[in-house]
Design a protein around this ligand. Sequence first.
Ligand SMILES: [Zn+2]
Length: 177
Amino acid sequence: MTTESPDDLQRAASQALSEQEDYLRSQRHLTDEQLLSQLVETLRKEKAVIDRWVDSGDCFILSGSGKVHLPSCPSMQALVDREAAWAPYLDDLDRVRNWQSSDNAPPMPALMTRADVEDLKRYSSCTVCAPTLDHTDKRPVARGCTLLPAGSLNYRHFGTSLTLVDDGVELGVLTKI
Ligand SMILES: [Zn+2]
């Protein structure tokens, strides 16, 4: 007769579950050939998504550092060219099967439209590919503030304290225009 405590049973159950998860997520139910053809299919789909997006003409990439680029930017080529991005993974299926690593598939670029970009509270535009956007360095307006174009100031704003958006310099309370 076994005397397994509830803790032991729980541990055994969760180990069995994590082994099963590892088996599935590392795709060991697939042979290398099957896995490879799945990856090539993924690559093909990603390429089609990027091609369609570039063809739309309304295409910007947001990099991890918050910079906005054009898809043609040299610094984005490693992400945009899906064949180049996938090549090292297709050559190293152990890397792909290692799902617990954060590097088992090439990251997709963050594809955005102009409207998506302008909706961002904060971005800066890349100085190399220089996309034409509303801002070169957009920053969030401080809480409780309203963004006003200088030309829209009128008598209703007397008594309002004003701050420059670009560098946060406080102009003080508006008393005359
Ligand atoms: Zn760029």
